[in-house]
Design a binder for this molecule. Structure first.
Ligand code: GDP
Ligand code: GDP
Length: 454
């Protein structure tokens, strides 16, 4: 079975939407203490089967796990072959890596052997990091072996949790200890009331048709909300029903009020754009399609991308376009808006109402991808294939590699690559492009950052 078969057509359905990022639990310990067995125990049968596929094991070091409804990512640092020479150095390297990337370190010791010098050295590194450590005293297969576990109090990192990874003995207690060491789950970002209407910012330079579009969308409806009580500013929102849902259009007062203001008030427009973006989840950037793209249009699009909001591009005044303008517009867009190629485009006329209804599905797609999370195992399979098919060019005798990747956040999707050296900007752009090809992300910026292991 090829990798492509495993991913399948239904990948997009499998991507989780709006999931909070899951904390990382790194498993550290000497070879043969039972790390892999323990990881399989934590994950259950399904993942363990995948482990048996030859050649897959080594690269697939990170997995999604769940215990009592709490999700986390398990990283088996034993899956690495660090460049360090010698066992002690290799384990130390593993431990350093673990504390760098993990929220919690699960340190596994073979209780039947007891604490070795290498274990002591690892404890030093772990302790200095200040990260919470859970100590697993493994291979305590029966009551008679409990005293082996007790002896590990001597490591000075708290209670040894006696477990048998092989037989599953007390692994629930161990997972409970891991859970209580995890950081409090961050409350999901709600941008206002939980489960309330999604927040849309309608932005664009003066005269592109924001106010006309707002009137068209709102029609007779004028549910006005002002939730900034006690301030003199006026970011008044409007609730507008579209496509069977209620949407919150933020800072509409600014759009409507502008008519009383100086048309050339660029400064005001920029401020308003920023404040609308701060309060929104998705931006609809309106562009006047009948004119050439202006510097200011491009700046607004860049501001949206930098703010990490989802983005839909709406080309307005379509009723004014002739064949020739359409032709040039396409070329202009390709040339000038290449940093937003991934944004859905809708060609509309606020005046005639043409295709205005297409805005809603575009906004929904953008928001959905904005909150999407790629399962860690998928991400790492993707990276191990990418790296072997397209390795980073060798520079000065060195060839940086992507060791492991995790999605550290959503809204927008943020990826962190743990690499063995600095990745060139060109290679990072290549990675971003491939991520988009593989996982979609239409309508959302994505962030790719590196953590470098020299
Ligand atoms: P790793 O190198 O730390 O990943 O260790 P493995 O998970 O590959 O385990 C090494 C050996 O220890 C294997 O033969 C396992 O079957 C065995 N093992 C793992 N956990 C236990 C346990 O709880 N009890 C016993 N008796 N053996 C275990
Ligand atoms: P805003 O400054 O972005 O709020 O833009 P307005 O909504 O005030 O529109 C500026 C001008 O463009 C007004 O004269 C509108 O009537 C006109 N306009 C807006 N949308 C359209 C459209 O789709 N087609 C045409 N032909 N004119 C439009």
């Amino acid at each position: 079975m090829t990798h492509a078969d495993m991913i399948g057509d239904d990948l997009r359905d499998d991507l989780e939407r709006d999931a909070a990022p899951s904390p990382v639990v790194a498993v550290v310990g000497r070879p043969n203490v039972g790390k892999s067995t323990l990881v399989n125990r934590i994950l259950g049968r399904r993942e363990a089967v995948v482990e048996d596929v030859p050649g897959v094991t080594r690269d697939r070091v990170a997995y999604d796990a769940e215990w009592r409804g709490r999700r986390f990512t398990v990283v088996d640092t034993g899956g690495w072959l660090p460049d360090a020479v010698g066992l002690a150095a290799a384990i130390a390297e593993q431990a350093r890596l673990a504390v760098e990337l993990a929220e919690v370190v699960l340190f596994v010791v073979d209780a039947t052997v007891g604490a070795t010098d290498v274990d002591e050295a690892v404890v030093e590194i772990l302790r200095r990091s200040g990260k919470p450590i859970v100590l697993a005293a493994n291979k305590v297969d029966d009551i008679g072996a409990e005293s082996d576990a007790t002896a590990l109090w001597s490591l000075g990192i708290g209670e040894p949790m006696a477990v048998s990874a092989l037989h599953g003995r007390a692994s629930g207690d161990l997972l409970d200890a891991v859970l209580s060491a995890l950081p409090e789950p961050a409350p999901p970002e709600t941008f206002g009331e939980a489960g309330g209407p999604r927040r849309v910012a309608l932005i664009g330079r003066p005269n592109v048709g924001k106010s006309s579009l707002l009137n068209k969308l709102a029609g007779e409806q004028r549910a006005v909300v002002d939730d900034v009580a006690g301030t003199t500013r006026d970011p008044v929102d409007e609730l507008i029903d579209l496509g069977g849902k209620t949407w919150r259009f933020v800072d509409t007062a600014g759009i409507r009020r502008r008519h009383r203001e100086n048309q050339g008030a660029d400064f005001y427009a920029t401020l308003r754009t920023q404040s609308a973006l701060d309060r929104s989840e998705v931006a609809v950037v309106l562009v006047d399609a009948s004119e050439s793209l202006a510097e200011q249009d491009l700046r607004i699009v860049s501001t949206v991308i930098e703010s990490g909001r989802a983005l839909v591009l709406a080309f307005n005044k379509w009723d004014l376009l002739d064949e020739e303008r359409r032709f040039y517009l396409d070329r202009e867009i390709d040339r000038q808006l290449h940093n937003a190629r991934w944004a859905p485009r809708v060609n509309i006329s606020a005046r005639t109402g043409r295709h205005v209804e297409k805005l809603v599905p575009a906004i929904e797609t953008a928001l959905e991808n904005w909150g999407s999370r790629v399962p860690t195992a998928r991400l790492n399979t993707f990276f191990s294939e990418l790296v072997s098919a397209h390795p980073h060019p060798v520079r000065g005798g060195k060839q940086p590699r992507v060791l492991f990747a995790t999605q550290a956040g959503v809204r927008p999707p943020k990826f962190v690559l743990f690499t063995s050296g600095f990745l060139e900007p060109g290679y990072r752009r290549f990675i971003e492009r491939r991520l988009r090809e593989e996982f979609g992300f239409e309508g959302t910026p994505i962030e790719v950052s590196m953590k470098i292991r020299e």
